[in-house]
Ligand binder design. Structure first.
Ligand SMILES: [Zn+2]
Length: 206
């Protein structure tokens, strides 16, 4: 089996679709660093995000062994969707209108995802599921699509931000009460900004 890049997994986006967008590092740079280096990493990431079950994970990895070409295609689809999600939410975060081509890509996956939707009984109520499509090699994309749609249509869209540490490119939903989050993390871009401020202050004092 191909080596898995565990670095792809972060939860700093606070929403599934944004965690997915963050699977490339330095995403706002001309050449970001790709963390989804292979299909196996995409499957691993999906299991960590709890959008596939253990048996689905096993099935998908077996499928990837049997048809590596299909796995490659599924990874390419995932990256196409991720880039569209990244650009759409970056536009949201910077107060711009999303690109119609990106919206067309998202809509293509919305159509695919919703062709698998079933309303099933759950406890005393009902649940929205993608059970029908759970054997598909792209099955992890359906809940991601759903997360993107939910966020785009919710009030929380106003909380979507791009890390201020350029060209970091991390997207997150600012869940802090006073909407004060500015960085992907304080240890990362937050610290860098602090060091830069400190440096500038020192220079100005000279
Ligand atoms: Zn950052």
């Amino acid at each position: 089996m191909s080596k898995i890049n565990t670095d792809a997994v972060t939860f700093i986006g606070e929403r599934l679709c944004l965690n997915f967008a963050n699977t490339a590092s330095w995403h706002n740079r001309e050449q970001p660093i790709e963390r989804l280096i292979n299909y196996e990493t995409l499957v691993y990431w999906s299991k960590q995000m709890e959008i596939i079950t253990l048996s689905q994970e096993k099935h998908l990895l077996e499928q990837a062994e049997i048809s590596p070409h299909q796995a490659e295609k599924a990874l390419a689809n995932a990256i196409e969707l991720r880039e569209a999600i990244f650009r759409l939410f970056k536009a949201v975060a910077t107060g711009q209108q999303g690109n119609s081509l990106d919206l067309a890509i998202l809509n293509k996956y919305v159509n695919q995802a919703y062709s698998f939707v079933e309303i099933t009984p759950k406890n005393r109520g009902y649940a929205f599921t993608f059970h029908k499509g759970q054997q598909e090699m792209n099955c992890m994309l359906w809940p991601i699509v759903q997360s993107a749609v939910n966020l785009l249509l919710s009030e929380d869209i106003n909380r979507v931000k791009l890390c201020e540490g350029e060209p970091c490119g991390v997207l997150f939903c600012d869940v802090s009460r006073n909407k004060s989050r500015r960085w992907c993390s304080m240890e990362d871009c937050g610290n860098r900004a602090k060091a830069q401020r400190h440096y500038k202050k020192k220079i100005n004092q000279k």
